[in-house]
Ligand binder design. Sequence first.
Ligand code: PLP
Length: 403
Amino acid sequence: MSVEYSRGMATEAIHAGEIHDSSGAHIAPIYQSSTFTFDDMGAVGAKAAGESDAYVYARSGNPARTALAGKLAALEAFGLENGAEGVSAEIFGSGMAAISATLMGLAKAGDHIVTQQVLYGSADHLIAEVLPGYGVTNTRIAGLDPEQLERELKAHPSTTVVYVETPANPTMTLVDIGVTAEIAHAHGARVAVDNTFATPVLQRPFEHGADVVVHSTTKYINGHGTVIGGAVVCNDPEFMEERIASLIRYIGGVPSPFDCWLTNLGLKTLPLRMREHCTNAMTVARFLESESSVAAVRYPGLESHPQHDLATRQMDGFGAMIAFDLGSYEAAARLLDRVDLCTLAVSLGNLDTLIEHPASMTHSVISPEDRAASGITDGLIRMSVGLESADDIVADLDRAVNG
Ligand SMILES: *Cc1c(COP(=O)(O)O)cnc(C)c1O
């Protein structure tokens, strides 16, 4: 009798995708090689006939990239009814390479993209300013409101992709993936979700009907601030092979073997890290909410977040990204000048706490009018709560606000 048995997420994070080569090395070595050798023409023929999975050239693949892709695909597919079957990942040289390959894979000249108002700054710029030059137009809908989405999809039958980022950078606005997917699919469009903020530990978009998941692996997936990288995960093998794998090959935004190796190492502790990140962030969010000089705190775990119910339904935890508003540029700048443990820097998802001012840093490429429309005020601060002792993070903020 065979027993149905599925491994826990922490086990998958550590063991899925790992490659054990003939050297017996416990941790797979880094294959720092641009090309791979064939024994003879028989081996070349077998590769050409699709009968071997031999590596040929590192733009198409290398062992560390395969290992990382396997691990990430297993985590995004975690808990799916048919397991990881049909779910695969491609690793890119940056999150933006992954996002641009996804959008170019899903939309060609004459096609339309529908997306939300608030997006990661560079994704916003790609959709608003770059893709129109290649004949791909777009419509923005605040929060991808279902009624408006339905209307826009009827008005633009050429829509091939609805692009979602939830929680959104930097305002922590959420989008209901399930509702979005139902409407998009009824109109023949696919749904791509940027899952960078939540990670597969806290949110698995395929469970809710998404077709493609993208990541900036630079952030929580790597977790240690050592690499720029990205990933596309897809549950349609044909789409993956024909569009995504083809785009990474021909546009060439590939990662290095060392970057894949480091990211794979970081990913092993993702479930452990996210648990602690969430606990620390809740403590920090509650402190900020209790401070009278903080005008507003946006953290999906707080009951005061307008989409707290959706967060509870859609996510397994609320993450460690917090946005809070001090009411003016001067007040925000004063806090940012005074923090010490919290480090003034863009990026997020590292072991240590990073803090930044979206309007003049991550989202400065967006026009002031569009920033205002997206709720990115001059007093807004974005914080990536790290894994230091929560009391020390709170003490640093307390001193910066009240000291
Ligand atoms: C950082 C980030 C990106 C872009 O990723 P890079 O690795 O910097 O290219 C995309 N989406 C979100 C939500 C991000 O935070």
